[in-house]
Design a binder for this molecule. Structure first.
Ligand SMILES: [Zn+2]
Length: 285
């Protein structure tokens, strides 16, 4: 079985071809903000049609960088690129590629990728968090993504961690994403997140806020493991060692919940592998 996997993010998109569960081709391109949705669809269409002709594939899985109404397979919106609102992306791809397609938001799809193929293998429930330009989250439990009543479960980025903190784009103050994500770190501190996490003095303050968000997740879900992906998670032990210690310090004293925090194992490919795993749900639809 060959599968086309698509990861549509805010700053780039990637597409991959899987033969079984082995990735055999992969392309990644920067997003053209001006071109919006139509430009991206054209790019994906050209690549996919070429691969369809050369190797063929039987199904397509998509991780989309924005909220998705899963039951209807409809994009709710993209906060980064215009023109996506209410778009039936899988139906469109199904029409141009002639294969069944399925989509979920990229945090859920990344969670699925890490749960089935990556650092979360064998862990249930597992919480996956992306820590990059923004912050997203996905809950994996009992062999599937737990999406919630309206498909908005796991949106940890807009938990309030600093009620008196800076204004977030969503209208609230001190959201987890506003305080801890890469985009804001850069504008608040004048350095890239990558540079900042190399500075132990910065990290010792940063992990306090990160732990506030993770504590909420641990108290609510008691996950067997938390997997953290996205660019900032690549800092390794320079970040993870102080983060584990800070979560341990903050967690309620009587809580016996484990603190198992690890970086994603699939690097930039969590969503692509997740899109592959997501196609298993095509049979249930
Ligand atoms: Zn917010």
């Amino acid at each position: 079985m060959k599968t086309l996997a698509i990861d549509i993010g805010g700053t780039k998109f990637s597409i991959a071809l899987f033969d079984g569960d082995r990735m055999v081709r992969r392309e990644s391109r920067a997003t053209d903000k001006e071109g919006g949705r139509d430009w991206m669809l054209e790019q994906i269409g050209i690549l996919a049609a070429l691969w369809q002709k050369e190797t063929g594939f039987e199904r397509c899985g998509i991780g989309f960088g924005g909220p998705v109404y899963f039951a209807e397979q409809r994009v709710a919106l993209s906060t980064h690129v215009g023109g996506w609102q209410n778009f039936l992306l899988p139906a469109y791809l199904q029409q141009i590629l002639g294969v069944p397609a399925i989509m979920d938001n990229d945090a859920n799809v990344g969670a699925l990728g890490e749960a089935i193929y990556g650092a979360g293998k064998g862990c249930s429930p597992m919480f996956y968090m992306t820590l990059s330009t923004g912050i997203g989250g996905g809950i994996f439990a009992d062999g599937r993504i737990w999406r919630g009543a309206d498909f908005y479960a796991g949106e940890i980025g807009h938990l309030t961690i600093r009620p008196d903190g800076p204004a977030c784009l969503c209208g609230a103050r001190g959201c987890f994403e506003r305080v801890c994500s890469g985009l804001w770190l850069e504008s608040d501190h004048g350095k890239t997140a990558k540079q900042l996490v190399q500075d132990p003095a910065f990290v010792s303050r940063y992990v306090i806020d990160l732990a506030l968000g993770l504590k909420a997740c641990i108290m609510l879900l008691n996950p067997a493991r938390i997997v953290i992906g996205g660019g900032i998670s690549k800092a390794g032990d320079a970040l993870f060692a102080p983060l584990r210690a800070e979560v341990r310090r903050q967690i309620t004293s009587w809580s016996g919940a484990r603190i198992d925090l690890v970086p994603a194992a699939l690097g930039d490919d969590s969503v692509l592998y997740g899109a592959l795993a997501l196609t298993e749900e095509l049979e249930q639809k």
